[in-house]
Design a protein around this ligand. Structure first.
Ligand code: ADP
Length: 104
């Protein structure tokens, strides 16, 4: 798992970390962790997201134009179950080496 330095989020242009709305269907979940999700938590998040929206974007890795989500599993499933088209993501550009490390 990886975290972001939020102090620098959004302070750069096209590179680095950027917050954007991505189609839910465009985000690959290479570790398929959503199966282990706490369903009560997902349902509570669904209610909250409907009410006040997503308050904290999920973290996504962009490698060669493909988006990979490794965290935010409950928020991601909540969006899927709500039938949301898009989800707010904090995107970090990375290369294949970095991707490989996240897959380990
Ligand atoms: P996830 O697998 O999505 O990371 P967690 O239960 O570990 O699930 O964390 C839920 C996260 O969702 C928290 O970091 C919380 O700040 C965030 N969040 C974003 N939007 C909402 C919302 N509308 N209601 C409740 N929590 C929210």
């Amino acid at each position: 798992n990886w975290t972001f330095d939020t102090a620098s989020a959004g302070s750069r242009g096209g590179e680095g970390r950027q917050v954007m709305d991505l189609p839910v269907a465009a985000i690959r979940r290479p570790l398929g962790r959503t199966r282990g999700n706490d369903q009560a938590k997902v349902e509570a998040l669904m209610e909250s997201i409907k009410e006040i929206g997503l308050q904290e974007p999920i973290d996504v890795l962009e490698v060669d134009g493909v988006y990979y989500g490794f965290s935010g599993c409950h928020r991601f499933e909540a969006h899927q179950r709500l039938g949301a088209e898009t989800i707010r993501c904090r995107v970090r550009k990375a290369n294949k080496e970095v991707l490989k490390m996240h897959m380990m």
